[in-house]
Write a protein that binds this ligand. Sequence first.
Ligand code: HEM
Length: 519
Amino acid sequence: MTTNSSLIKILSCMDHVEYYVLVVIVISSALWYFWLYAKSKPQSPPLPPGPWGLPIVGNLPFLKPELHTYFQGLAKKHGPVFKLWFGSKLAIVVTSSEVAREILRTNDVIFANHDVPAVALASSYGGIDIPWSPYGPRLRMLRKLCINRILSNARMEKSVDLRRGETRRTVRYLADLARAGSPVNLGEQIFLMILNVVTQMLWGATVQNEDRELVGAEFSGIVQEMNDLLLVPNLSDFFPVLSRFDLQGLAKRMGGLAERMDRLFDRVINQRLGMGKGSEGKGEDFLEVLLKIKDENDEKTNLNMNDVKALLMDMVLGGTDTSVHVIEFAMAGILNNPEIMKRAQQELDEVVGKDKIVEESHIPKLPYILAIMKETLRLHSVAPLLNPHRPSQTTVVSGFTIPKDSKIFINVWAIHRNPDVWENPLEFDPSRFLDQSYDFNGNDFNYIPFGSGRRICVGMAMGERVVLYNIATLLHSFDWILPQGESLKIEEKSGITLKLKNPLVTTPALRLADPNLYL
Ligand code: HEM
């Protein structure tokens, strides 16, 4: 007799009551077994807490444009790690230096990818540049190349003349305004100056005179449009399954701009290739260095022409807005505090003198100007949420589960204003950095304006040099005066980087007696 037929026989002998009892026992045993199994399995920690959202769109309808201040408010209610749903995308916001350390140091490799916006792929030759490349050997090679060979201090020394020329051009223009007693929109002048400094370094020894103005104007127009597009909220980012449809046409528009930029790069590169060896003596621009590296055919570096163009794009997008806004915030802070202007000018007069102009070689001897830059980056972190990171695997941080591929915002802006760490955190007081040994290297997580770890800014050395040299020059050559009876209200506005909300209008006055120092 088979087992089946015996079972049927037993069942058929039972009356209905016995049958139901048996069914209940079997189901209860199964449930009991599953409960024991689930209990024996290690429980994964919960997701971080966070505000309630709506079905499908999550917290999107409640977001405010100034994300860093909005997040700071939410952190007061939900703690130093909380979650939000941007459509189907999970965002995790971190507002404490301890948790930032867990992410950027303890779990650095896991969090070393960036969360790539859909339009960024269209503007970066498919994401082959530094900010959007995934972490791995290729990214390490590109970063090493930039830090050691393109943006290193040694390389910076070779392009001092290219930078000085642009800064002096701005000084001449401001001196004319000073003689006429005319106010100036300082932010606009700083933007033009830094854009010219950066493009000079990119291809200043290649593109000359009138062509330089034309290339510069076209270039800055395209960069501006690209930055604007990056700011448009994009359904493709909130619902990645929809990204292939590009419902708002943003990736297509970005693709069009990238093509225009590509043609501009081709034009400049062809000029460089046509110059041959006779071009020596005009300083060494980045383009020249990159083309040399490409032609080395070293299998470790192995760059093609698109890599060269993507790196040029990184320099201008990473290097312009950041430096401009630091200088502008610094000048605004100084204008509001005449004591700070006086102390900085005293340092400059002692180190440089009133009969010479500031040179980059003076920078290491100007600790107070460095303190002004550090304090500006503390109070107005121009990248207030860093570039959002993305974990490559699910990880537990601070007792919470942080799922793979979530979007991680580190609220550096709020960390830099933590009253438990910074005395009078809302006050602009550079002297706090004379007594404390904070640097930009990302080792103290209470102060990380350039980020930390494997994705720390590659342009730190250049940013520091450009910002310090230009603040020093503006303060050494001129006194800065606000219109009679006016004081500045320093408010911030989010964009690709954090910037000053209202134009910084001020009148320069000549400080140096020798007119030759304004040539
Ligand atoms: C004062 C000026 C600057 C500040 C405050 C600044 C700040 C930052 C920050 C916060 C990041 C993101 C770090 C992260 O993702 O965790 C970053 C990344 C980056 N910066 Fe800067 N930066 C400055 C100047 C520059 C300059 C001058 C360049 C180039 C010429 C540059 C190129 C880059 C690049 C390529 C990245 C991407 C690095 C990567 O993803 O691996 N930056 N910067």
